[in-house]
Design a protein around this ligand. Structure first.
Ligand code: ADP
Ligand code: MG
Ligand code: ZN
Length: 190
């Protein structure tokens, strides 16, 4: 069994609208209730709802530090007067592969690192550092949304036709994407 006080990498993955951010916020709030020192980051690219807060589609919020890249997170941690117990990072698919060593080092030093991100892009391909991150994680939670076509469990983020362009990194919300199960994703039509 895992020891609750030792370093750990937890990853919450799934498609858009699957409650990844809600679950990240829930776990970080519990850490705060336990009087743990918590630090939260998000990539600066994700400013759909708020510059400094992480906000779920259901309007749950937690304060965070927006950062450009992994080096900026390292820099922030070096500036701290006292070490933190928990580190949360949302939308981790937008970071590069340097994320892997970074979070492994933190966990090896005893920190609980909780990360959330899209496992697949809207083309159904593994997204950024997620495959390697999932491989080194201690605990993986795969979440599902509700398919907007049929109501089944949705594992895919479908980019609506009216919004399609070729870039993998296209930050948008409900007006651009919807959650779909595999059959409805392949049916296309929006
Ligand atoms: P994620 O971070 O995975 O994109 P959020 O945690 O921001 O998801 O939001 C999850 C919330 O989104 C749900 O609790 C629900 O209120 C809302 N929601 C909107 N569309 C859907 C959907 N198709 N399936 C599930 N939840 C949805
Ligand atoms: Mg989210
Ligand atoms: Zn479906």
């Amino acid at each position: 069994m895992r020891q609750l006080n030792s370093g750990l990498i937890e990853v919450i993955c799934g498609p858009m609208f699957s409650g990844k951010t809600e679950e990240l916020i829930r776990r970080l709030r519990r850490a705060k209730i336990a009087k743990k020192r918590v630090l939260v980051f998000k990539p600066r690219i994700d400013n759909r709802f708020d510059e400094v807060q992480i906000v779920s589609h259901s309007s749950q919020k937690i304060s965070s530090i927006p950062v450009e890249d992994v080096e900026t997170m390292e820099h922030c941690l070096r500036q701290l007067d006292s070490p933190v117990d928990f580190i949360g990072i949302d939308e981790v698919q937008f970071f590069n592969e340097a994320l892997i060593l970074f979070v492994e080092n933190l966990a090896n030093r005893g920190m609980r690192v909780i990360l959330s991100g899209l496992d697949q892009d809207s083309n159904g391909k593994p997204f950024g550092p997620m495959p390697n991150l999932l491989a080194v994680a201690d605990i993986v939670t795969k979440q599902y949304a509700v398919c907007m076509m049929c109501g089944a469990a949705a594992s895919k983020s479908y980019r609506l036709k009216s919004q399609q362009n070729s870039a993998q990194v296209f930050v948008g919300a409900s007006e651009s994407y919807e959650a779909r199960c595999r059959p409805c994703y392949h049916k296309g039509v929006s």
